[in-house]
Design a protein around this ligand. Structure first.
Ligand SMILES: NC(=O)c1ccc[n+]([C@@H]2O[C@H](COP(=O)([O-])OP(=O)(O)OC[C@H]3O[C@@H](n4cnc5c(N)ncnc54)[C@H](O)[C@@H]3O)[C@@H](O)[C@H]2O)c1
Length: 302
């Protein structure tokens, strides 16, 4: 690793970069020499309205600091337009940070189809559309860095966020698959679950907490993951307030039952403690780690 990560001649696309985390990412990448596409729909925190001011303001901030940036005002649902802005202006796409987001919180009992669809469209479909448009460019270049923005709600679930948790958890599986498919092509994909003070959290956290949780505590991890020097791939991090942590799966050894005998709910019940016993847990890393015990129990060697 070098002392200073530089992004000279790199083209960085950041969605939802008109405020909060995305703005902080855009400013840091630009400071490090990147040409930045500042995408922002410029609407409200619940998906209402649109406007060009948010993206324009950040582009102006970057340019006045001597950096290079261009604005895009499309919704991430039109990801192809965002990537076209990068290609039309700078001819490449080296980094995609899928960051745009809104909330439509409500208990599941009260959640409407519209709440569900809108959150799916912005967080899941949006990340898909932007990445789908960038992917062939990255394959062709033999180089790419992708960071998707999930949430602790997607990892653990959160009261009132069934729609958001669903979409955010989807991004984790999406990222892991991109990491596998991009591995031999110079593309690395990782996912973060940040905590930061922003428009999305100012209504649920006290003001002094929002002010202390600076987005600038999250951006350095994104920059580190997108550096050319970084070999990190397919990883999930929690990050915020000066804390950075990597997550992994833990799996109990589990219980094995004779596949030649009928398996009953009662037999599973008898083994319940063993099924949930994490004292000598495994740390599965790939789908092969699922196939090994499954086929092993059938006596099939892979
Ligand atoms: N702030 C947190 O603690 C936190 C926690 C977990 C996850 N996140 C995620 O981090 C990301 C950034 O959130 P933030 O806290 O900086 O919020 P923010 O509201 O400050 O920024 C999000 C930006 O995305 C833009 N945006 C919304 N919908 C868009 C669309 N369809 N197309 C393009 N741009 C759009 C908004 O205009 C806004 O400028 C989101 O994906 C959010 O879900 C944030």
């Amino acid at each position: 690793m070098t002392d200073q990560f530089r992004f000279d001649d790199r083209v960085v696309v950041i969605t939802g970069a008109g405020a909060g985390l995305g703005r902080s990412h855009a400013l840091d990448f630009a400071r490090r020499g990147a040409k930045v596409v500042v995408n922002d729909l410029g609407g409200g925190g619940h998906g209402e309205g649109r406007g060009s001011e948010a993206a324009d303001r950040v582009v102006e901030e970057i340019r006045s600091g001597g950096g290079e940036a261009v604005a895009n005002y499309d919704s991430v649902e039109q990801g192809e337009n965002i990537i076209r802005t990068a290609l039309d202006n700078y001819d490449r796409v080296d980094v995609v940070v899928n960051n745009a987001g809104i909330l439509r919180d409500s208990s599941f009992a009260k959640m409407t189809d519209e709440d569900w669809d809108l959150i799916y469209r912005v967080h899941a479909l949006g990340a898909y559309k932007v990445t789908k448009a960038a992917w062939p460019v990255m394959l062709e270049q033999g180089y790419g860095r992708i960071v998707n923005t999930a949430s602790a709600a997607g990892i653990y679930g959160n009261f009132g966020q069934a729609n958001y948790a669903f979409a955010k958890r989807g991004l984790i599986g999406f990222t892991n698959t991109l990491a596998l498919e991009g591995a031999k092509k110079g593309i690395k994909a990782n996912v973060i679950a940040p905590v930061a003070g922003s428009r999305l959290t100012e209504t649920i956290l006290p003001r002094e907490v929002v002010e202390a949780l600076k987005p600038e505590f999250v951006t350095p991890l994104v920059v580190r993951l997108c550096a050319e020097e970084s070999q990190e791939n397919g990883s999930l991090f929690e990050v915020g307030a000066g804390w950075v942590s990597k997550l992994r799966w833990e799996r109990s050894q589990g219980a094995f039952f004779d596949p030649d005998r009928e398996l009953t709910a009662e037999a599973i019940d008898e083994a319940w403690d063993r099924i949930g016993d994490f004292s000598d847990a495994q740390r599965p890393k790939s789908i092969q780690d699922t196939f090994t015990p499954v086929f092993g129990n059938l006596g099939i060697k892979l």
